[in-house]
Design a protein around this ligand. Structure first.
Ligand code: CTP
Length: 212
């Protein structure tokens, strides 16, 4: 299969030296790309700015902002049979990035932010028979919130994780996740290396592809 994977954070420029971003290290998405390549699939990895080497056999497409990532996904989605959106896309960006370094002055600093495009929503009309898997990083009730996103974004499966746990989510090599499907079925995987969870995601996609 042809698999398109996104990973890492995005950076939204404030000025030439400052940006807004998040704690994503890219490890989960890179593990998904590696597992897909190991299983013999053709893999394109759209990567935000992270300090990781591309897994062997993976074609890497580097992006910075949410808008760059949206354009890269839009440009490659027709090629893929499955899309895994593991990236932590910024939801807001400064309304206007300054082309000069902002001077600090004495008073408080106010930044006006605007919404970025929701990438999964933006490619909904191109989905067709493609298998689309999303992630949901939550600090509240991961399953309830992820179920809402699964249906709003028209996904085939969502991988929910509780990022408030020290052994799951950002900047660690392990994760504890729940796979949720549109029929309400769930499968929980307790704390395991991200590489093992990635392999399970690829197996799920392969078995799903056989059914369609
Ligand atoms: N996502 C996306 N485009 C965005 C934000 C998120 O495609 N602008 C994708 C993520 O890659 C992930 C899924 O949507 O696969 C859920 O992301 P998450 O950040 O958990 O949810 P949000 O849609 O940002 O919703 P909320 O702000 O309510 O948590």
């Amino acid at each position: 299969m042809n698999m398109l994977v996104t990973a890492g954070p995005t950076r939204e420029a404030i000025d030439p030296v400052r940006f807004l971003s998040n704690r994503s290290s890219g490890r989960m998405g890179f593990a998904v790309a590696a597992a897909a390549a190991e299983a013999g699939h053709a893999v394109r990895l759209v990567a935000g700015p992270v300090a990781l080497d591309a897994p062997a056999g993976v074609e890497r497409i580097n992006v910075l902002s949410a808008e760059n990532m949206r354009a890269a996904v839009a440009g490659h989605v027709a090629w893929c049979d499955a899309l895994v959106m593991a990236a932590a896309v910024a939801d807001w960006r400064p309304t206007a990035a300054s082309d000069r370094k902002l001077k600090k002055g004495d008073g408080p600093m106010r930044l006006e932010l605007e919404r970025t495009a929701d990438i999964l929503e933006s490619i909904k009309s191109l989905k067709g028979a493609r298998i689309v898997v999303g992630f949901a990083a939550e600090t509240g009730d991961p399953v309830a919130e992820a179920t809402r996103k699964l249906s709003a974004k028209g996904l085939d499966m969502i991988v929910a994780n509780d990022v408030s746990r020290p052994d799951a989510g950002f900047e660690v090599d392990t994760n504890a996740v729940t796979f949720i499907e549109p029929d309400g079925s769930t499968r929980h995987i307790e704390t395991a290396p991200k590489a093992d969870i990635a392999a399970e995601i690829i197996k799920w996609i392969e078995s799903r592809a056989l059914c369609t």
